[in-house]
Design a protein around this ligand. Sequence first.
Ligand code: NAD
Length: 235
Amino acid sequence: MSESVRLLIHGASGRMGQALLRLCGESAGCTVVGAVTRKVGQRVVDGAPYFASAELHGTPASDAIVDFSLPEAFDAVLALAVERRIAFVSGTTGLSDAQRTALDVAAGSIPVLWAANFSLGVAILNELVERAAAALPGWDCDIVESHHVHKKDAPSGTALALGRAAEQGGATPRYASLRAGDIVGEHTVQFTTVGERIELVHRATNRDIFARGALHAARLLAGRSPGKYALRDLL
Ligand code: NAD
């Protein structure tokens, strides 16, 4: 790929979208050619042209789309990536089974990477959870997640991904969710038996970690062959 990857940011006015735009502005490796949000206020902000979701098909050509929006906005942006045959990176959580299947189908024609969590720490936590579950047969496994009050889906996508890792190791996880204040994201995976307990904890204190991971993935994914990629393939 060329030095600077052209990106379309979908969900641009959101908490994650704003972090992506700011970090992309600070990095030499990417250029935002369009920022898509539900409704447009100013047409250009900090050099990035804004588009409403109704104008999706009028957005400029890009090498990749980075999507951090909501499930109701997901189908249209995935379809656009397939139509334009460009890389698709998404961190949108709360997707339906049909939407996850659509991602698998899209991977037949474009490079696709969806991750419930783009932080390096959570990628490692997934591996630790699978190993702990395999080493502790018969122990209770509970996943407790806390997020800010605006988060819509529960359990979080990260909690469900950690749960899948625990299941791979043979555990049967249970979930608990807290919504409070401005918590960026905390996940505790607790293994308990009579007389002892192990807790594996990840705390995100800044959503830039997710935005950096997604931008890194977009830079690496642009121009690759079609397929379904995992974050650990690229880290
Ligand atoms: P947010 O509510 O702050 O922003 C949502 C964005 O989606 C806004 O820009 C909004 O305009 C846009 N949007 C909503 N409906 C739309 C529609 N119909 N068409 C077009 N755009 C629409 O949310 P957020 O905190 O930025 O999080 C966005 C998503 O990313 C959520 O699903 C969240 O769970 C997920 N998330 C993932 C990670 C990760 O690492 N994978 C990290 C943080 C958040």
